[in-house]
Design a protein around this ligand. Structure first.
Ligand SMILES: NC(=O)c1ccc[n+]([C@@H]2O[C@H](COP(=O)([O-])OP(=O)(O)OC[C@H]3O[C@@H](n4cnc5c(N)ncnc54)[C@H](OP(=O)(O)O)[C@@H]3O)[C@@H](O)[C@H]2O)c1
Length: 306
């Protein structure tokens, strides 16, 4: 390859920082393994945005000061990850309706010195489904987990007009309280918590099973919440929000028993894209080739951390 070609290829990948560079980032604790800087700096290069995205380790007791400093420092926007998604709502000037309903935010936009909060996990989940979206209409869904991510997924399920939702959770009272919340706030009347005795039957008869818990995530890759894989079958879709490993034990078991599977990598990508569109007030889209490249870049980044 000629030197000029090498130079051109490098040139396309380098982002220059100058006096007009927009500041973006993620606040979390811990944040050292976050994929968001790789994801968003890839977006910046792909879409020709003069911006830089960094990870900031912000402890819970410093969140308020960090949020209040954003307009002064000239940030365009930040993402929030564990443990700040719910606490941040107390420190913002305005909360988007979806974030208010879900009770959490993962995206902050600074506009005219005002701090606005949004949540993009539900949109990210819906976009990650691609052509599978139709399968959710009138479907019977079992969701494992009742934490923060589960709340966004339940919101998305209501929008996708599933017929019924059953929630399985280690702490049963949290499943009950999320089910009540979903019935009342998301207008999904056929939502209930599944007690232990009804879980096998519930899983076997579900069209779609979604894991929103962290069970099975690296390094605990041999774990799965579904102890009897025979509940999985042909015609079922099993979705795991976890993307590391790319196929959890749950997904392996489901695939072996004939179910279709999907991991959480595309949801991660699309929730990030929705954040970018909020910050930039734009409509950036990913082509198939972009998505393919991003999946590879993020998978390599994950492998480098292990
Ligand atoms: N792909 C994406 O874009 C994306 C986006 C958001 C989140 N996520 C993933 O979703 C997962 C959950 O995140 P979150 O924010 O919802 O966390 P969270 O609010 O802490 O909720 C954790 C959930 O997992 C359950 N759980 C945790 N450890 C368990 C165990 N050992 N046995 C049984 N249940 C257990 C909890 O049950 P209890 O109620 O009993 O504690 C709760 O339902 C994480 O793996 C996160 O990486 C992925």
């Amino acid at each position: 390859m000629f030197h000029s070609q090498v130079f051109l290829r490098c040139w396309k990948k380098v982002s220059f920082v100058d006096a007009k560079t927009g500041l973006y980032g993620v606040f979390g604790d811990p944040v050292g393994h976050s994929l968001s800087p790789v994801l968003h700096n890839w977006f910046m290069r792909r879409f020709g945005i003069n911006g830089v995205y960094m990870a900031f380790a912000i402890s819970a007791d410093r969140l308020q000061k960090a949020i209040q400093a954003l307009p002064t420092l000239g940030f365009v926007g930040v993402n929030l990850t564990i443990p700040h998604k719910e606490a941040v709502l107390a420190y913002v000037d305005h909360c988007d309706l979806q974030a208010e309903i879900i009770g959490a935010a993962n995206t902050i936009r600074i506009v005219d010195n005002r701090v606005d909060a949004y949540v993009t996990d539900a949109d990210g989940f819906v976009l990650s489904l691609h052509k599978q979206q139709q399968r959710f209409h009138n479907a019977s869904v079992v969701m494992l987990g009742a934490g923060g991510a589960a709340r966004s997924i339940a919101y998305a399920l209501a929008r996708l007009q599933v017929a019924r939702l059953a929630i399985i959770n280690r702490t049963y009272s949290r499943a009950e309280s999320l089910a009540r919340f979903v019935r009342e706030r998301f207008q999904l009347p056929d939502t209930k918590a599944l007690p232990e005795g009804e879980q096998l039957e519930g899983l076997s008869s579900a069209d779609i099973v979604i894991n929103t818990t962290s069970v099975g995530m690296y390094p605990y890759t041999s774990e799965s919440l579904v102890k009897d894989p025979r509940v999985f079958h042909n015609g079922q879709l099993v979705y795991d929000l976890i993307y590391n490993p790319s196929a959890t034990r749950l997904l392996h078991d489901a695939r072996r028993n004939g179910a279709e599977i999907q991991n959480g990598l595309d949801m991660l990508i699309y929730q990030g894209l929705v954040s970018l569109n909020i910050w930039r007030q734009d409509t950036y889209e990913l082509r198939a080739a972009d998505l393919q490249e991003l999946r590879q870049v993020l998978t390599q980044e994950l492998a480098a951390h292990e």
